[in-house]
Ligand binder design. Structure first.
Ligand SMILES: *Cc1c(COP(=O)(O)O)cnc(C)c1O
Length: 243
């Protein structure tokens, strides 16, 4: 199946091309408003719940960054797309016992939020002969709900960052966060920018700020995000995952 001759694939490609153009236009407008250059922004397509064929179509449209949040889904998808020049971002919570699997295909892990996970990823990366770029996931949630969605408390970030920077097989890339549910993302992203700036004082190369999803990419760009993780706006609505 080439996709050139398959009408369903052709329609899907057109749909993805259109949503990609729309997202790129939003990014351009947000950069213009913030006085930033578009070249500072990396767009990651979060393809969770969508098939490898969509990843292939997006790659054909020039996207090189793909994000996934569950190992059991990401692993076979990455294998199916192994012939494509893609960078794989793992953006979901990583159970320590999945570190070895994730280290096998992920290039960037956005969700490192505890020293034990950093240690497990380090061991797995060394065994696999790979280097993993790791971001410290920062919780921007109120203390009462911290833990439910992952992320280190802002005060714990420096120590965790040092642990990653010193771990064999890992490279510290920067920080990541998800805006709190149902609240204005602006103050949360501003807080993340402060945490990121403080991190760069000790780790000047850790310049990644991964923030911004389909609903809040403008606010993230206004607050200095370098990496956007976009699912719905690119691929469409997801079905609820039944486990
Ligand atoms: C699903 C997911 C995204 C993408 O969310 P959309 O709102 O669909 O753009 C971004 N980041 C993480 C951590 C996710 O799990």
């Amino acid at each position: 199946m080439t996709g050139e001759t398959d009408p369903a694939a052709g329609r899907r490609r057109a749909e993805l091309a259109e949503s990609l153009a729309a997202v790129r236009a939003r990014i351009a407008a947000a950069c213009a408003a913030a006085g930033r250059d578009e070249s500072e922004i990396t767009l990651i397509a979060v393809t969770k719940t969508f098939p490898a064929s969509d990843v292939r179509l997006l790659a054909g449209l020039g996207l090189t960054e793909v994000g996934e949040n569950r190992d059991q889904e990401a692993r076979p998808k990455a294998a199916e797309c192994a012939d494509l020049p893609l960078t794989w971002h793992f953006v979901g919570r990583v159970q320590t016992n999945k570190a070895r699997a994730v280290a096998g295909y992920a290039d960037v892990v956005h969700s490192v939020d505890r020293p034990r996970l950093a240690a497990a990823l380090s061991g797995a990366a060394v065994r696999a002969g790979r280097t993993l770029r790791c971001l410290v996931q920062v919780s921007l949630d109120a203390e009462e709900v911290r833990g439910e969605r992952g992320g280190a408390a802002p005060g714990d970030v420096p120590e965790l960052a040092d642990a990653i920077a010193g771990a064999p097989g890992l490279r510290l890339g920067g920080v990541m966060a998800v805006a709190p549910l149902g609240a204005d993302p602006m103050p949360a992203f501003a807080r993340l920018a402060e945490v990121a700036e403080r991190l760069r004082r000790n780790h000047p190369d850790a310049r990644i700020v991964s923030a911004g999803m389909s609903g809040d990419l403008e606010q993230a760009i206004a607050c200095g995000a370098t990496h956007l993780r976009i699912g719905t706006a690119l691929l469409g609505g997801r079905r609820a995952i039944v486990r």
